[in-house]
Write a protein that binds this ligand. Structure first.
Ligand code: SAM
Length: 218
C-alpha cells in the first residue's frame, strides 16, 4: 500500500488522462509502481524538511515529493504551462517552481538555497549531472533518477564514479549519502555498493618490483 503514490496517480490520471505526457514523462511511473513505492517508503522515513528537484517538466514528481517533505523547490530551464494545473490537481501547495535561464544561474541559485535532500532529474549528460551534484551535495543526501537506464549513460557513469560516501542503488533510482550520513537502511538491503577506495599508486614501500633503484619513493 502506498497511499501517497496511488492517490496522486489517480488524481493526475483523472485530470490529464494520457494527454500531455504528464505521467509518462515523469519519474513517478518510471521503472514501475513497486520501485517508485520503495522510494516513497524511504522518503517517508526520511521526512525531509526541504527538497530541491532539478528537472520539473510538468511537475508530477514535484507533486509526489510535496507529499513527503515540508517544502519543494523545483528547478527547470524550460517552462511547462501544465505545472500549475498539475500542482493544483495534486493539491501540492508547498511546491515552489523556479525557472532559470542557464546552468550558471542554476548553480548560483542552488548555492543560496537551503535544503536537506536533492533529487536530480534534469540534465542526463555526465558533466551536467556532475555540475548538479557539485551544487547540491552539501545537503548530504542526493537521489539520482535514470540510474542504469541505457538512454542515460551519463547518470550511470557519474554515479559509478563516486568515490566517497555510500550508494544505495535501486534502478532507475540511486541514493547517495555523504560520508558521516547514515544510509536509510543497511547497505546490504537492495543493491548497495560501497564505492571502492581509490587505488593508491604502488610504492617501493610495498616492495613493488616496479620500483626503480635510486628514484625517490612516491
Ligand atoms: C525527465 S524531465 C523531469 C521530470 C520530472 N522530474 C518528473 O519526474 O516529473 C527532465 C527535465 O529536465 C529539464 N532539464 C534539462 N536539462 C536541464 C538542466 N541542465 N538544468 C535544469 N533542468 C534541465 C528539462 O527541461 C526537463 O523538463
Amino acid at each position: 500500500m502506498c497511499h501517497e503514490l496511488d492517490d496522486l496517480i489517480a488524481r493526475l490520471t483523472a485530470r490529464f488522462n494520457a494527454r500531455d505526457e504528464v505521467l509518462s514523462a515523469s519519474a513517478l511511473v518510471h521503472g514501475g509502481r513497486e520501485v517508485v513505492a520503495r522510494q516513497v517508503e524511504r522518503l517517508r522515513r526520511l521526512r525531509p524538511a526541504t527538497v530541491v528537484e532539478i528537472g520539473t517538466r510538468h511537475g508530477a514528481m514535484a507533486a509526489l515529493l510535496a507529499r513527503l517533505a515540508g517544502r519543494v523547490f523545483t528547478i527547470d530551464l524550460q517552462e511547462s504551462s501544465l505545472v500549475p494545473e498539475v500542482l493544483d490537481a495534486a493539491a501540492a501547495h508547498n511546491v515552489v517552481p523556479l525557472l532559470i535561464a542557464n546552468d550558471a544561474a542554476k548553480g548560483l541559485l542552488l548555492d543560496h538555497l537551503s535544503f536537506d535532500l536533492a533529487f536530480l532529474d534534469g540534465c542526463l549528460e555526465r558533466d551536467g549531472v556532475a555540475f548538479d551534484f557539485a551544487h547540491t551535495r552539501r545537503c548530504g543526501r542526493v537521489l539520482f533518477h535514470d540510474y542504469g537506464d541505457p538512454a542515460s549513460r551519463g547518470v550511470t557513469e557519474f554515479v559509478n564514479s563516486l568515490t566517497e560516501g555510500t550508494l544505495l542503488l535501486d534502478a532507475p533510482f540511486a541514493w547517495w549519502f555523504a560520508p558521516g550520513i547514515e544510509p536509510l537502511e543497511p547497505v546490504r538491503a537492495l543493491n548497495p555498493i560501497q564505492a571502492p577506495a581509490p587505488r593508491r599508486p604502488a610504492s617501493c614501500r610495498d616492495g613493488t618490483p616496479f620500483c626503480t633503484p635510486g628514484l625517490r619513493c612516491p
